[in-house]
Design a protein around this ligand. Structure first.
Ligand code: ZN
Length: 547
């Protein structure tokens, strides 16, 4: 009895007193500020969840610390920060009809049939992830293709890039549109496919997600992210409903992933929203707004300087005139927001660079204007980034997923500025990496692998695609940690394991400095820690999801 009592006192005082934790005997690696690899052997964490000190040696003698954890020589590195992801969409993609990886239209139909049969209660069937480029037929699905499977209720299936829907006739009826409805500016409609701005015609009819559904999607998304080692995200295209879900999770202490939110520009303006400081122990912040300059390459919505090689005469979709784009960005900048603008095609990139150049003169340098994707760029425009303080926010796995499509859309002679990571760094511009999940898997390791090899997880193509754009491992890790933190104004708090920054880190099953790119892509996260607390352990639980 007495023994139990004393044990209880000891346990209570240990948790109440200031408690420094020494994590010793690790193979620590991280990127230095100049993009090299730094090694360390142990880590001292204060009870505020921040790093107190890192040590080169694996075993250190300290005058005092309260707990010691033996890292058993395992590899430890900073938690990865995904500079551009869609947090709620990732959760919904996992909870709804998953069409990622379908190998044919018939497989899409088969998954739709199975989902419809398993969810008779769903008034609308929503799915995500098809990509006709992966199918032998290579053509877009149509309303008739879906009607053949489900005709009694609306079906809305989003393309993997998020830039197009295919819907069935019941959905068009519910939305009050027909084949004859004209497409709005910046959109296209054909055979049940609604591209870019035309998606809004369907969105208006889809029942709004309830708070409970949003909360469930956020919880699922965090579970997926933590299991692949992502501890921070630039949360793109955050709606006000998403933002409120983030806040509910913050209030309840359920934010494990730090979110730098970029609010949908129209909603931010309508609600007269302003940026926030960090909330809930530096877990959440509204830092910027998201704008769009064009569509995506897959649906030929990217706005190009010269016409598509595989669609002569077509330049893609210009979303805004130059004065309109400047007006939208200026309004957001005047409200104090950072601006993150989606630009895929070379014409869209040139337009937003010009806008940012003008805003830099008005607002000064450290507004960290972001271009999201920066995918197909005229090489002549790359040197314009650094002088205007523009950040290229890029996604290495887009390069491996899109390379054949990019060759088809652009032809062989217009790829010099395509996914040009090394050219961006050589121009002295800042680079941030991410995945654009759920467009790509949120797993950062295939991205790091692509970044150093210009090859996909199967090693294709041999030698790497435009291999001069490969990065060194330290550069790639930098873009995925320090670079992504900087892109979200978060570098004083996260992105490196240094005194005063949060002890957000992961323990992984291999040493990225000792293996080839294909082996790196298969890295498994064993543990994830946020603010010095373990939030995921592969042994104890949450299985990794397929996303
Ligand atoms: Zn995106």
């Amino acid at each position: 009895m007495r023994k139990t009592f004393i044990a209880l006192i000891v346990a209570l005082s240990a948790s109440a007193a200031t408690a420094d934790t020494l994590i010793s005997n690790v193979n620590g690696i991280q990127a230095t500020a100049d993009g090299r690899i730094e090694h360390f052997g142990s880590l001292l964490i204060g009870d505020d969840g921040r790093v107190k000190q890192i040590f080169a040696k694996r075993s250190v003698r300290l005058s005092r610390f309260d707990h010691m954890i033996n890292g058993e020589g395992r590899t430890l590195m900073p938690g990865l920060i995904d500079g551009h992801g869609h947090v709620i969409d990732l959760g919904f993609a996992a909870l709804r009809l998953d069409l990622t990886g379908t190998a044919s239209l018939a497989e899409l139909q088969q998954r739709l049939r199975a989902y419809a049969a398993a969810h008779p209660e769903a008034k609308w069937i929503q799915g995500f992830g098809w990509n006709q480029e992966l199918w032998p037929e290579k053509r877009f699905p149509t309303a008739a293709d879906l009607d053949a499977i489900v005709s009694d209720r609306p079906v809305v299936l989003e393309r993997v890039d998020g830039h197009a829907y295919v819907v069935n006739s019941a959905a068009m009826k519910a939305a009050g549109v027909t084949a004859a409805t004209p497409a709005p500016h910046g959109g296209e409609i054909h055979d049940g496919v609604f591209v870019d701005a035309a998606k809004q015609l369907i969105d208006a009819a889809i029942p709004k997600s309830t708070n409970a559904e949003l909360d469930e999607a956020l919880a699922k998304s965090q579970e997926i992210l933590i299991a692949v080692g992502v501890t921070g995200v630039g949360s793109m295209s955050t709606s006000l409903a998403d933002w409120n879900a983030f806040r509910r999770a913050g209030e309840a202490g359920r934010l494990n992933v730090r979110l730098m939110a970029y609010i949908t520009a129209a909603e931010a303006a309508e609600a007269n929203m302003r940026p926030t400081g960090w909330l809930y122990g530096d877990r959440l912040r509204a830092v910027g707004v998201k704008l769009f300059a064009d569509g995506a390459l897959g649906s030929r919505g990217a706005w190009l300087k010269q016409s598509y090689a595989d669609s002569p005469g077509s330049l893609g979709l210009q979303f805004h005139s130059d004065p309109e784009m400047l007006g939208l960005a200026d309004q957001a900048a005047a409200a104090g927001f950072q601006i993150a603008t989606h630009a895929i095609g070379d014409a869209a990139n040139a337009q937003i660079i010009s806008v940012y150049e003008q805003l830099s003169k008005k607002y000064g340098r450290d507004r960290r204007w972001r271009i999201e994707h920066f995918q197909i760029v005229d090489p002549a425009d790359i040197p314009r980034l650094a002088p205007a303080g523009i950040i290229a926010s890029m996604q290495p796995t887009h390069q491996t997923s899109d390379r054949l499509m990019a060759e088809a859309r652009l032809g062989p002679n217009r790829l010099a500025g395509a996914y040009a990571w090394q050219s961006v760094l050589k121009s002295s511009a800042k680079l941030a990496f991410g995945t654009d999940f759920p467009v790509e898997s949120p797993n950062p390791f295939p991205g790091l692998s692509a970044a150093i090899s210009r090859q996909d997880v199967n090693g294709q193509p041999p030698g790497g695609w435009i291999s001069s754009e490969r990065l060194a491992l330290g550069q790639a890790l930098h873009a995925y940690t320090r670079g992504a933190a900087y892109a979200g104004f978060a570098e004083p708090k996260i992105g490196a394991l240094e005194p005063g920054k949060y002890a957000d880190f992961i323990i992984i099953d291999r040493d990225p400095t000792q293996i080839d790119a294909q082996t790196l892509a298969k890295t498994q996260v064993l543990e994830t820690w946020v603010a010095g607390k373990k939030v995921f352990s592969r042994a104890s639980g949450s299985p990794e999801r397929g996303q």
